[in-house]
Design a protein around this ligand. Structure first.
Ligand code: NAP
Length: 481
């Protein structure tokens, strides 16, 4: 099968492909402007239909053994891997990231299905020592019920996997609403569901109006949990609406990751980590290094080495061989990057490389390094979501911890040091859900991904990621003596 075999212009509801006669969402390849196709613009009525189907499917699914549900998740893993190349190509065509990264994302997505297939067999309960001689206390875990998921465009395959794999393994049917820029990688899950004969109603994919779909998710009593990945402002609005109806929520929101390089760090390792963290996916990841703090003793050397590597990155259409940085998702993304650079340079920052749209045109942007950046610049407080590495200078450990924590966000953070004491101290002092020491990439299905502060709540991946789809039930058995 090639990537076109997975490109569906209909939604997947209750195990069937549903077209609409009305409005559609046009999808273009950000590298070429080519129109790939159009997805239905559905609203409340079709969302209700998907929720009804999921609700119908729930009793049978939750009653199956963990092994059986896990078995389906393993089949989804295998199907994703069998079609990794085609799915990766589809992802690159609609989102722009280099093909190697896109194929890596498909493998990363598949790994969540494998992880939760295995992990669901270890959902243990508890027997709590009873305060009464004639009563016993047991604790069991049950699936939360029908789940509504909303995901962004930057990892269109993996963000769904982190939610759908945990939900399905735990015993919950799911309705997935992908971003309007990247519906096809999401709709491809419908093809996968058919391939593995997943019972109908368990995995639904609906495209359309975010506010209508989210509104139905919040208000429909048959839906019990909302899981969201996206920006903090949208997540906050969604969370407050969901809590009006007391839905369980998981919120994976924005970040403003500090990337700290201490004088005692292995500088080459730090430069490689910064390149990986900053320029992967053209800087459009929630865990991207957004503020690079370099201690004064190595500032110039680090700036020089990073600039040399950033300058060498190959920019182009993600489908071309050897391309390391694709286009940005759209013109608004380019405008935000330009605004951050203009603000920083007006306030004294210097461009070491890049700094402007790429000669390729469209939404391609040059990998950029800025030096002499300070806390008064927009780039210090706002997520850039583009290929710009702003270098801040600091002198002491206390100073950089205060700077790193001076943000409402708390998702990922990174630092480089060869001092064991400092490694522990700084790891404990950083107010973030995730801290990587001497590494620039930290995501894996086996570890809990998620943030603190305004970066959200809940965790994805690991055994904690499964807990987010389970309710705890206390059972009391009396009259035993
Ligand atoms: P976004 O604008 O918040 O969109 C994300 C999703 O929310 C899309 O499906 C969008 O649908 C939908 N949406 C828009 N308005 C909505 C509303 N009123 N109610 C409910 N849903 C609504 O975010 P984005 O710009 O696409 O994605 C980038 C952001 O995601 C960044 O801030 C990044 O840090 C964050 N992110 C976080 C994580 C994490 O794990 N913490 C991972 C990846 C990305 P439409 O496309 O149809 O508008």
């Amino acid at each position: 099968m090639n990537s076109d075999s997975f490109l569906k212009e209909r939604c997947f509801i209750d195990g069937a492909w549903v077209a609409n006669a009305g409005e559609t969402i046009k999808v273009t390849n950000p590298a070429s402007g080519e129109v790939l196709g159009a997805a239905p613009k559905f609203g409340r009525a079709e969302t209700r239909r998907a929720i009804d189907a999921a609700y119908e499917a729930f009793p049978d699914w939750r009653a199956r053994s963990a092994e059986e549900r896990g078995g389906f998740c393993m089949k989804i893993h295998d199907a994703l891997m069998d079609h990794q190349a085609a799915l990766g190509e589809l992802l690159t065509r609609e989102m722009g990231k280099p093909l190697a990264e896109a194929k890596g994302e498909v493998a990363y997505a598949a790994a969540f299905f494998k992880w939760f297939a295995e992990e669901v067999r270890r959902v243990y309960g508890d027997v709590i020592p009873s305060p009464w001689a004639d009563k016993r206390i047991i604790v069991t875990k049950e699936p939360v019920g029908v789940v509504g998921s909303i995901t962004p465009w930057n990892f269109p395959t993996a963000m769904i996997a982190r939610k759908a794999a945990a939900a399905l393994a735990a015993g919950c049917p799911i309705i997935c609403k992908p971003a309007s820029q990247t519906p096809f990688s999401a709709l491809a899950y419908g093809v996968i569901a058919e391939m593995v004969d997943l019972p109908k109603g368990l995995l639904n994919v609906i495209t359309g109006s975010a506010s209508e779909i989210a509104g139905e998710f919040c208000e429909n009593p048959k839906l019990r949990k909302i899981t969201f990945t996206g920006s903090t402002p949208v997540g906050k609005g969604l969370a407050s609406n969901a809590l009006k109806y007391m839905k369980r929520i998981s919120m994976e929101l924005g970040g403003n990751a500090p990337f700290i390089v201490f004088d005692d760090a292995d500088l080459d390792r730090a430069v490689d980590g910064a390149i990986a963290s900053k320029y992967r996916n053209s800087g459009q990841t929630c865990v991207c290094a957004n503020r690079v703090y370099v201690q004064s003793g190595v500032y110039d050397a680090f700036a020089e080495k990073l600039t040399a590597k950033a300058r060498d990155l190959k920019v182009g259409d993600g489908l071309e061989n050897g391309v390391e940085q694709g286009p940005l998702i759209d013109a608004a993304a380019v405008a935000k990057v330009e605004e951050h650079i203009a603000d920083a340079t007006a306030k004294g920052a210097r461009v070491l490389t890049g700094g402007k749209p790429h000669a390729l045109g469209g939404t391609f942007f040059e990998p950029t390094v800025l030096r002499d950046v300070n806390a008064d610049m927009l780039i210090a407080s706002d997520e850039t979501f583009g290929p710009v590495a702003p270098l801040f200078k600091f002198d002491t450990e206390e100073e950089v911890i205060a700077l790193a924590n001076d943000t409402e966000f708390g998702l990922a953070s990174y630092f480089y040091t060869n001092d064991l004491g400092r490694a522990w101290r700084v790891m404990e002092a950083l107010e973030y859900g995730m801290v990587a020491v001497n590494e620039g990439i930290l995501s894996t299905p086996v570890a809990p991904f998620g943030g603190v502060k305004e970066s959200g709540q809940g965790r994805e991946g690991s055994r904690y990621g499964l807990e987010d789809y389970l309710n705890v039930k206390f059972g009391l058995i009396g009259g035993l003596r």
